[in-house]
Design a protein around this ligand. Structure first.
Ligand code: K7E
Ligand code: CUA
Ligand code: CA
Length: 644
């Protein structure tokens, strides 16, 4: 296919070197793997398209350069990778507007410093943080009527198996939950409706895929028994953030998708083999996409048909092959898909899940009504739910949609985006060999992983912009030493052909993101005093309040002064300082920085925060406002005096 592919390139510079690298990578990845050595020659390429017209390119490019003062039309919520936060972008400009700290401390807002943030993050008995590293991959937001409703977003931490919730009214993280029985928590997806109650047409559950098998319970006893290593699929309550239930499966979970009717959730699986080493994990020709029957699982939990492991009280139902042979009672269906698949994505028309092949050059399209037919005993062979399994290129990973029947899949090894038509792929699979399902190919730079389009995973997919997370940037930016940024590329998908619009460098390693219309969220810009039970509602309530060795300092801020000019404590006191910002004007944020005590945080209008520390160093300490707020900002200080 390479020759045909070359005719589609709009940029050819560097192509030879890249193709050389790719072939080397393929040889490494596919040694002894017949399925992958089959060049996807049968894949019909788009009919000899010319390079994108220059005029179209410059028009589209112009639309992403906003004039000063112009606002973007879309929000993007981006995984912050190892920074453990969520990035908020404006699109199409690609400007980063905000970062929401979740799993890792943040020096600007005092995340991991204030008592409130430590309560969310979790502390050890001595008050220190449990974890200060993270690896966020996947982020998704809550739904109503098949579109985002602006309530919540969620993001995972793969390292420590935690899920964080972000409130989209204040753009802050308000809860973090540990998943028990899980290591390598990877994919997340909220449900979009309740499987039983038709009145619940919004998100009430978040499903989480556990990627690494571990001995259950993981108590050091079965480390050398491969058969004891298991993975579970988890359901978290969207409101309480408690883990409702888990499903023990054969093989592993990777990424997650949910149906629009709430009946099905799915995870792709690359380690059907339950292998411990990578050679074991790629020994089988096919793996699976697992479908969870949500209503049946919840009935089984209600009926008490579950186990628990170790200290965890979370009910775990049996989703293994052995226990799920009878379709009429099965909780889980194992649909066979080619070798080590990656992403699973739900098409915006609600009909299909698409599982990308990764080590197979294919995308598998699974029709959801057929999976339900199997559960209902109306269709005998589960694999008949596969309505297309077509070759699209090398290393397919993730898929986005334009709402016009087209899918856009990243090809990691080919360093390309491929646009393909789902109904034509189904026709081709059925035997219509003239069905040209590949619509377009576009080189990206380089090795793309995640992809998402504006409104892609909603019923309101609008097919305007596509963002691609490229894992390697190589020569696309000024060199900055050995650690390269990644390259996020923006592509115009409003026409038949994809048009590359922009490169954006990004610090590693974001993985997933969503893009939605700006009017779907209505952020508040000022807190409410009642948001905190500790709020000091009147500056006159300020003061130092002693209870033995425990001292509470109550302080308010109003530009350009703190309510106390100074406060005195004694060496050895445990000091809890509570600060309310009584300024109620939008954007009037103050900071509180206390030298030598490792205290720094910001307080937004009408926000209250607190910190607790032991006054172990005698002396005078100038606490100052650390956020420029007023012409007298530098003068905005208070003195902490610690008596020896
Ligand atoms: Cu493909 Cu974590 Cu979604 Cu990365 S996973 S790319
Ligand atoms: Cu208050 Cu600067
Ligand atoms: Ca495998």
């Amino acid at each position: 296919m390479s020759d045909k592919k070359d005719s589609l390139n709009t940029e050819t510079a560097g192509m030879g070197r890249r193709r050389f690298l790719n072939s080397a990578a393929i040889v490494g990845l596919t040694a002894g793997v017949a399925a992958c050595n089959d060049k996807p020659a049968a894949a019909p390429a788009a009919s000899a398209p010319a390079a994108a017209p220059a005029a179209a390119h410059s028009d589209a490019a112009a639309s992403i350069h906003l004039k000063p003062g112009e606002l973007d039309t879309y929000y993007g919520l981006w995984s912050g990778g190892h920074n453990g936060d969520m990035r908020v972008l404006g699109l199409p400009s690609g400007r980063e507007i905000h970062r929401i700290p979740c799993f890792v401390p943040d020096a600007l807002v005092g995340w991991g410093i204030t008592n409130e943030s430590k309560a969310v993050m979790g502390t050890k008995a001595d008050g220190s943080l449990r974890y200060t590293v993270a690896d966020t991959h996947h982020t998704h937001a809550s739904y109503k009527d098949g579109n985002y409703d602006g309530r919540y977003a969620w993001i995972n931490d793969k390292i420590n198996s935690r899920i964080a919730r972000i409130r989209l009214d204040y753009f802050i993280c308000d809860k973090i939950t540990d998943l028990p029985n899980v290591q390598g928590f990877h994919g997340i997806f909220p449900d979009k409706a309740d499987p039983v109650d038709p009145n619940i047409n919004y998100t009430t559950r978040v499903f989480c895929g556990g990627e690494f098998g571990i001995p259950l319970p993981n108590n050091g006893k079965d480390a050398n028994k491969p058969e004891a290593y298991r993975s579970v699929f988890s359901c978290v309550d969207a409101e309480t953030m408690d883990v409702r239930w888990q499903v023990l499966i054969d093989g592993n979970c990777d990424l997650v998708a949910t149906s629009y009717d709430g009946k099905l959730a799915a995870t792709n699986q690359y380690n059907t083999e339950n292998g411990i080493h990578y050679e074991d994990m790629m020994s089988a020709e096919r793996d699976a996409c697992l479908f969870f029957n949500v209503a049946r699982i919840e009935e089984a939990v209600k009926a008490g048909k579950f186990k628990t492991y170790g200290d965890s009280k979370v009910p775990v139902v049996d989703g293994t092959h052995e226990a799920n042979k009878d379709a009429k009672t099965a909780l889980v269906a194992y649909v066979s898909v080619p070798k080590n698949p990656h992403g699973v994505n739900a098409s915006p028309d609600g009909k299909y899940f698409i599982c990308a092949g990764k080590l197979s050059p294919t995308a598998t399209t699974i029709e959801l009504t057929k999976v339900l037919d199997w559960f209902d005993g109306k269709m005998e062979k589960l694999d008949d739910a596969i309505v297309a399994e077509v070759e699209i290129g090398l290393g397919p990973l993730h898929t986005a949609f334009d709402g016009r029947g087209n899918a856009y899949t990243t090809l990691f090894l080919d360093s390309q985006m491929v646009k393909w038509n789902i109904e034509k792929a189904i026709a081709f699979h059925k035997g219509d060999k003239n069905a040209k399902y590949v619509v377009d190919r576009l080189d990206v730079h380089y090795q793309p992983g995640h992809v998402n389009a504006s409104q892609s995973e909603t019923k309101a997919a609008d097919g305007k912009y596509l963002a691609v997370g490229c894992k390697f940037s190589k020569d696309r930016f000024l060199p900055v030493g050995p650690l390269h940024p990644e390259n996020e590329q923006l592509i115009d998908i409003s026409g038949e052909k994809m048009v590359l619009l922009a490169d954006h460098p990004v610090r590693g390693e974001p993985h997933d993101f969503i893009i939605f219309k700006r009017d779907l969220v209505k952020p508040k810009q000022v807190y409410d005093l009642d948001d905190s039970p500790l709020a000091i509602k009147d500056a006159k309530e300020s003061g130092v309040f002693r209870n033995g060795k425990k001292v509470t300092v109550k302080l308010t801020s109003q530009a350009p002064a703190f309510s106390l000019r100074e406060f005195t404590v004694k060496k050895g006191d445990e000091v809890t300082l509570i600060l309310t910002n009584l300024d109620k004007i939008e954007d009037l944020t103050h900071g509180f920085a206390l030298p030598k005590y490792n205290v720094q945080f910001v307080i937004n209008p009408l926000e209250t925060k607190s910190v607790t520390f032991v006054a172990d160093k005698p002396g005078v300490f100038w606490a100052y406002c650390s956020t420029f707020c007023h012409a007298l900002h530098l003068e905005m200080r208070t003195r902490m005096i610690v008596e020896a």
